[in-house]
Design a protein around this ligand. Structure first.
Ligand SMILES: [Zn+2]
Ligand SMILES: [Zn+2]
Length: 268
């Protein structure tokens, strides 16, 4: 038995066969799934799925890549959604500098500054709500590790973050654990070119990480390049157990316990 702690089940990729995706997940032993919000609409859709399917829970938040589309004050709507019994976290939130506006000819460095400021403002608002409602956070960062860690740090004595889709080295993993937060690993651990992530998995204590698909992205081997779905946590868990040199039972017990503690409302 495993959980998929990070899935985008509200995406149109699943519109055609949603019920079968959930049946396949349950058949593969994936007993709980968290559908992660990337905007207010997406968060709302995640909540609707959680209401309809007992195995699905929701996280609500606004993704940094879509920061420019966010309202100036996200907090009131977010606070409301957090009251829902199946909303287990705020997320995904954070900073993403992977594609900056100035990579396109019509934008300049000043646009990059504005974009980063908007991301930071949005991240801060959502951390404030997390603190208020006492929910942990699912943190997304890409090419922005130092800034994300620095912005999260002042909140780290009160709330935990899970740095999801963790692809950084062991040293950075330790910096996350040092502030009381966690990491989670995706299908990248199964990729031929994923040795750096496997090295980080090997160095991460068994009780300090969770498993996720980040589906529909990042399908593990042998499904690489195809649409990903929660059932594939099975393939991810097999690789992680091998890297950790532990049994699937030990990995299941450790990662499910970590998830239940990190997302207390998963038990409700
Ligand atoms: Zn993400
Ligand atoms: Zn995601």
């Amino acid at each position: 038995m495993f959980y998929d702690t990070h899935a985008h089940l509200d995406y149109p990729d699943y519109a055609g066969d949603f019920a079968e995706v959930i049946v396949r997940a349950r058949a593969a032993g994936i007993s709980k799934m968290i559908s992660i919000g990337t905007s207010l609409d997406s968060s709302e859709r995640a909540i609707r799925l959680a209401e309809k399917f007992p195995a699905i829970y929701a996280a609500v938040g606004w993704h940094p890549s879509d920061a420019m589309k966010a309202p100036s004050d996200l907090r009131p709507a977010l606070r409301e959604m957090c009251k829902h019994p199946k909303v287990v976290a705020i997320g995904e939130i954070g900073l993403d500098y992977h594609r900056l506006p100035s990579q396109k000819p019509e934008f300049t460095a000043a646009d990059d500054v504005r974009y980063k400021q908007k991301q930071a403002d949005l991240f801060h608002q959502q951390l404030e709500v997390a603190l208020e409602v006492k929910l942990n956070c699912v943190i997304h960062q890409r090419d922005a590790f130092d800034d994300t860690l620095a912005q999260f740090k002042p909140f780290a004595s009160s709330i935990q973050g899970v740095f999801h889709c963790f692809g950084e080295n062991a040293d950075r993993m330790r910096r996350v654990l040092e502030i009381g937060s966690l990491v989670s690993f995706t299908g990248i651990v199964t990729f031929k070119n994923g040795q750096n992530v496997r090295d980080t998995v090997a160095a991460t204590p068994l009780d300090k990480f969770m498993l996720e698909t980040d589906c529909p992205y990042l399908a593990p081997v042998p499904y690489r390049g195809k649409r990903c779905e929660p059932a594939y946590v099975k393939e991810i868990s097999e690789t992680v157990a091998r890297v950790k040199n532990c049994s699937l039972e030990e990995l299941s017990a450790a990662t499910c316990k970590t998830a239940q503690e990190f997302f207390p409302k998963l038990n409700g």
